[in-house]
Design a binder for this molecule. Structure first.
Ligand code: SF4
Length: 318
């Protein structure tokens, strides 16, 4: 299972969705700090990766091109847990989708995920773990304020789709695809971060409209509706895919892919400082804060080796 945990203001920790032909220089081996002259260009874009690139090209390089590990985050992990609980809920027959059943699904999901490195890495005390689960439970309860799951006809959960749009390969994972009473498709995306500002709302809507394009390309039918369910507030934002939104996805994805390819060819991923830098896992390697991006891989590999008790090499001696 891979869950999109776009936390609004946190550069996403969701499983990397750009599949890159990564060269040996960024395999887990320590490779030193020699600056590269170019990077291989990713072959596909997802809503998460497009958002990452447009927010900060350098952070995109760290996360999606180099695939450097990020420390676990409680917010991202809570999102994973809530998504998994709702996935289990909608896997049940419609008549069984009660709050009680959802809380059982949450407990099962928590037990499943407790030993996962993402969770183990949080190193929560018992009290912190209790608060973590309580917050996840609040999200699950609030979900029931947004819709009655017994009326939902889910036909796809955690649906992985890919399609070509113009010259760009798109990919994404749709949290839930439903069939409406009139036979139309509905794309649903859960959000576990804060309720959106207008700017983030537009970015998130762009993401679900990309999912609508993936559905249309794969199933030959344009979804009748896309919806974002913000579980923290709770708040639902609904939009209708149109020729204009499809064209918007096409234009934007082509522009982002062109910029990504140029950045890869020239090894030119510029930092774009903003208030999001406080949540950036790679701030110490960012030139805007006095860091050196070209040592990031070696430093993180060195730390991982030290944590695992393996011998480490001095930087630059790979
Ligand atoms: S700290 Fe640097 S790399 Fe991270 S988001 Fe800010 S500008 Fe980008």
């Amino acid at each position: 299972m891979v869950v999109d945990v776009e936390q609004g203001v946190v550069p996403t920790a969701r499983a990397p969705e750009i599949t890159s032909a990564i060269t040996p220089a960024i395999t887990p081996e320590i490779t030193g700090s020699t600056p590269r002259r170019e990077w291989p260009s990713p072959y596909a874009l997802s809503p998460s990766s497009m958002g990452a690139f447009t927010t900060c090209p350098l952070a995109f390089r760290f996360s999606y091109v180099q695939r450097l590990p990020e420390p676990p985050s409680a917010a991202a992990s809570r999102g994973t847990l809530v998504h998994r609980a709702l996935e289990r809920l909608h896997d049940r027959p419609a008549t069984e989708r009660s709050i009680e059943a959802a809380l059982i699904d949450l407990a099962v999901a928590a037990a499943e995920l407790e030993s996962h490195p993402e969770f183990a890495g949080l190193e929560l005390t018992d009290d912190e773990w209790g608060a973590f689960i309580d917050e996840a439970e609040q999200h699950v309860r609030r979900y029931f304020e947004l819709e009655d799951p017994t009326l939902v006809r889910s036909i796809g959960l955690e649906l992985k789709l890919e399609a070509d749009l113009g010259s760009v390969r798109l990919r994404g994972i749709i949290d839930r695809l439903d069939l409406a009473d009139d036979g139309g498709l509905i794309v649903t995306d859960y959000k576990t971060g804060s309720a959106p500002s207008e700017r983030w709302e537009q970015k998130s809507l762009a993401g679900v409209h990309l999912y609508a394009v993936l559905c249309e390309q794969n199933f030959g039918v344009r979804p009748a509706r896309v919806q974002l369910l913000y579980l923290s507030k709770p708040e639902a934002i609904v939009s209708i895919p149109t020729d204009s939104t499809v064209r918007g996805v096409e234009v934007k994805s082509a522009a982002v892919m062109k910029a990504v390819r140029t950045a890869c060819d020239r090894n030119d991923f510029r930092p774009r400082p903003s208030n999001l830098c406080d949540w950036c896992s790679f701030k110490e390697f960012c030139p805007s804060f006095g860091g050196d991006p070209d040592i990031a891989h070696a430093v993180l590999a060195d730390r991982a080796s030290a944590a695992a008790g393996r011998p480490t090499l001095p930087l630059g001696l790979a």
